[in-house]
Design a protein around this ligand. Structure first.
Ligand SMILES: [Zn+2]
Ligand SMILES: [Zn+2]
Length: 310
């Protein structure tokens, strides 16, 4: 009997100790979880407030920079810097500040989509400060001092500049840029000559449409070009002569970015385009409302950061 009692008590003691260990373990696991979610939340909050995001290895940041009325997109993977359009000349100091804040040391490729001032106006200021390895240009000429100035800089500085052809591919690390516009086509509108590119990065797809209008959109559709994307840069600042219903249907983006300036003279983005995006259940982010928009692309998907100057 005594022996039995002893064993019984001992078992009970072990059971109590086991219980205690489990409780301590649960408390530890919960504390670690709460700490990690809280610190994640706090760093997210910090990023959202200050745009102080660090580019993690294997990720790419697509910055749709708020350049008021114009286009300017900087794409970085921590090694390469690609620029699609420069914004107009009056915004050059904002663009250079943005580059400075985001550790741009040189530009591997600059795509000057077409010769309008709101897309190429800051090119001279950028070249003065940063080395540019390669320029993609549309091939259409334009009788303006801004356009002539850009051509002069390209010649004077001996910057390699090419007119890319349909389906030409430019690869930088995990980022693959495919040219979807066809430089051999002839159009009435300069906007239709816009270089259109798709960026593929770790399963995420971005479509950059510059100022293309319905004629070049139709050409893309006729050629059955793959324009399906996760994030669409809405063409021509949200103007109603672009982003046709059939184009939007084929692109079927989850997100749409509109680069337009608050209180601009053209009424961009046009109400009909906002309504069309709404009908297609596309989530719309606008520079005029949100300031700088950054999309972070990783192998796990995409997320957004917004930063507004007040
Ligand atoms: Zn434009
Ligand atoms: Zn234009």
């Amino acid at each position: 009997m005594v022996r039995y009692k002893y064993i019984y008590n001992n078992k009970k003691k072990i059971w109590h100790n086991k219980n205690l260990y489990i409780v301590i373990l649960i408390v530890l696991v919960m504390s670690a979880y709460i700490y990690s979610s809280l610190s994640g939340f706090l760093s997210d909050l910090k990023d959202n407030q200050y745009g102080n995001e660090v580019i993690q290895p294997g990720s790419a940041h697509v910055h749709y920079i708020d350049v008021w009325q114009g286009d300017c997109i900087l794409i970085q993977d921590g090694i390469h810097n690609i620029l699609i359009d420069t914004g107009s000349s009056i915004m050059s100091s904002d663009v250079l500040n943005f580059f400075d804040k985001h550790d741009v040391d040189k530009l591997d490729m600059v795509i000057l989509t077409h010769p309008h001032e709101d897309h190429i106006g800051s090119f001279d200021e950028i070249v003065e400060k940063y080395q540019v390895d390669l320029v993609l240009k549309s091939g259409i000429t334009h009788d303006t001092s801004t356009y002539r100035n850009v051509e002069k800089i390209l010649a004077d500085e001996e910057i390699k500049a090419i007119v890319p052809v349909y389906k030409e591919i430019f690869t930088y690390g995990d980022m693959m840029f495919t040219v979807l516009s066809d430089s051999s086509k002839k159009y009435d509108e300069i906007n239709d000559y816009s270089i259109v590119v798709r960026l593929d990065h770790l399963g995420n797809t971005f479509l950059f449409t510059a100022d293309m209008e319905s004629s070049s959109e139709k050409d893309l559709l006729d050629k059955e070009t793959d324009i399906e994307c996760d994030v669409l840069k809405v063409a021509h600042h949200g103007g109603s002569s672009s982003t046709t219903a059939s184009f939007l249907y084929e692109a079927s983006p989850v997100y749409a970015i509109i680069q337009s300036g608050a209180g601009n003279d053209y009424g961009y983005p046009h109400k009909s385009i906002i309504e069309r995006l709404d009908v297609h259940a596309v989530k719309v982010y606008r520079n005029d409302l949100l300031g700088d928009i950054t999309c972070i692309s990783t192998d796990k998907g995409i997320s957004f950061i917004f930063e507004k100057d007040y």
